[in-house]
Design a binder for this molecule. Structure first.
Ligand code: ADP
Ligand code: MG
Length: 267
């Protein structure tokens, strides 16, 4: 399973650039700099890294980080089988050996003691020590580490340490500007342009409640969800309520004001 082809991004992912991020990423990759993608959930970070892996022709190994994740989940562990014990590389080790792009999604979810394993990979050493196995893996020349990070809802305890942050170059992502966001929604779901524009107008109204009852804005991902319901015959108002309002809040006042905005936009 651990061959390059298994992790190849075979089809070109649809990616709508927001600025110079494609050329800047190419430069970062050419310099083999680790990359951090910052921004709110659902604004295109993961899609961007998939697109860049495809464009650069590199395999992509993604890991969704969580607080139960241990260093062994990333680097590997000994497994017991009928013949005794057998070492199994974790996804980070597989990526370092193969020369893949390793994408650690939502990195702050991981505990600090787990995160230190990336340090020797992200400086001039480009090494991954497998302490339990007594092996030092020298990263393949094509290997690159990419992390995503949502500074929005971070508590201080969950923030990344400077010693981790200062190993990365970084891209700040945000929701696309209105006309680009409508274009993305049309490309993803093929709903009518005018409806996509109305959905974006509603999302932008909702985003203004961030800090006034909402922790996070309504994501591009949720607009695409609403559009995919509309494409299946659901009315725009129902689709907005179901995909863009109900998931993001339990606050009756916020729900009320969002529902009013839906009526104002869609009638
Ligand atoms: N620039 C973009 N180009 C194409 N699709 C996008 C873009 N930004 C957001 N999307 C859409 O939004 C969805 C969520 O984006 P994703 O990359 O998963 O967000 P996250 O920032 O949480 O990683 C994607 O599945 C895609 O439909
Ligand atoms: Mg993501």
């Amino acid at each position: 399973m651990n061959d390059v082809a298994h992790f190849a991004v075979c089809r070109e992912p649809f990616y709508q650039p927001q600025g110079k991020e494609i050329e800047l990423y190419e430069a970062a990759y050419a310099a083999r700099l680790p990359v951090m993608l910052k921004g709110p959930t659902g604004c295109g970070k993961s899609r961007f890294v998939e697109y860049m892996a495809w464009k650069l022709g590199r395999p992509l190994i993604s890991v969704a980080c969580n607080e139960d994740m241990t260093a062994a989940d990333l680097v590997g562990r000994y497994l017991l089988d009928a013949n005794g014990t057998r070492w199994q590389d974790g996804p980070l080790t597989v990526a370092a050996r193969l020369g893949a792009i390793c994408y650690l999604d939502e990195i702050v979810e991981a505990r600090q003691d787990t995160l230190v394993v990336i340090h020797p990979l992200t400086d001039h050493r480009r090494m991954l020590p497998l302490d339990k196995k007594g092996e030092q893996v020298a990263a393949h020349p094509d290997f690159q580490l990419v992390i995503s990070y949502n500074p929005g809802y971070q508590s201080l305890v969950k923030d990344l340490k400077q010693s981790t942050k200062q190993r990365f170059s970084a891209f700040q992502f945000d929701y696309p500007e209105a006309s680009l966001e409508a274009r993305i929604v049309c490309a993803e779901t093929s709903i009518a342009q005018a409806t996509a524009e109305q959905l974006v107008t509603f999302a932008q109204a909702g985003r203004r409640l961030k800090g006034h009852g909402l922790d996070e804005g309504i994501s591009t991902r949720l607009i695409v969800y609403a559009a995919s319901l509309i494409a299946r015959g659901v009315s725009p108002a129902d689709a907005c309520r179901m995909a863009m309002v109900r998931p993001i809040t339990d606050d009756a006042d916020v729900i009320d004001s969002l529902d009013h905005a839906i009526t104002a936009i869609f009638g």
